[in-house]
Design a protein. Structure first.
Length: 208
């Protein structure tokens, strides 16, 4: 009887230790999950979609975007293909004048939401391509020229501002079966600690 009680007591101690360890690891897992969401370095949470290709007999031609034009803002900018940073955010052009197309997503003019970003408030006070993007109006026209010489026009539907850590799924994805182009730039006050602006401006457009 004493031996049974002894083993029972040891069993209780083992269960308590096991429960404590389980709670600890559960807490760690939850913390990591929440922190991963909270510490996103931009509003971007892009989905990965294969770029559309046009196959011919001798070669494969990509109808890639090469030029962005916004007549009302006198913008004519070369488009560079962009991937992801090491933090999982959409990368941006090195210089202030070019714009960047998210090459892992939708091609402008194809069904889905294509995304193009660009700088505003560039370091040293240098003029940047999207300095005046906030001035664009609903109903304004945006044009994208592709590598095949085709121009696709888009009409501004709405303009929104996002917190840098907000969920931006709707910026990169759509389910309505239509073609969209969304423009992104930094806006708001400059945070010298994070070395970033405290808001993101997103212009949502629909294919004309």
């Amino acid at each position: 009887m004493q031996k049974i009680k002894k083993y029972f007591k040891k069993g209780k101690i083992f269960l308590v230790i096991l429960a404590t360890v389980s709670i600890f690891f559960l807490g760690i897992t939850s913390f990591i999950s929440i922190r991963t969401i909270k510490d996103g370095s931009s509003i971007l949470a892009p989905s990965i979609v294969e770029a559309k290709t046009i196959k011919t007999k001798d070669r494969v031609i990509l109808n890639l975007p090469v030029k962005l034009k916004i007549p009302s803002l006198k913008i004519s900018s070369t488009i560079d293909p962009m991937g992801l940073t090491k933090d999982g955010a959409m990368d941006s052009p090195v210089g202030p004048s070019n714009t960047g197309w998210y090459k892992l997503g939708t091609i402008p003019g194809s069904v889905g939401s294509a995304v193009i970003d660009g700088h505003s408030g560039f370091k040293g006070g240098v003029a940047a391509v999207f300095d005046n993007l906030y001035k664009i109006k609903v109903g304004g026209r945006i044009s994208v020229l592709d590598s095949n010489g085709t121009t696709t026009n888009f009409i501004v539907r709405k303009i929104s501002r996002y917190d840098p850590n907000a969920d931006a799924t709707k910026v990169f994805t759509s389910t309505d079966g239509k073609a969209h182009l969304n423009l992104i730039t930094c806006t708001g006050a400059w945070n010298s600690v994070l070395k970033s602006h405290n808001s993101r401006l997103v212009v949502f457009t629909d294919k004309e």
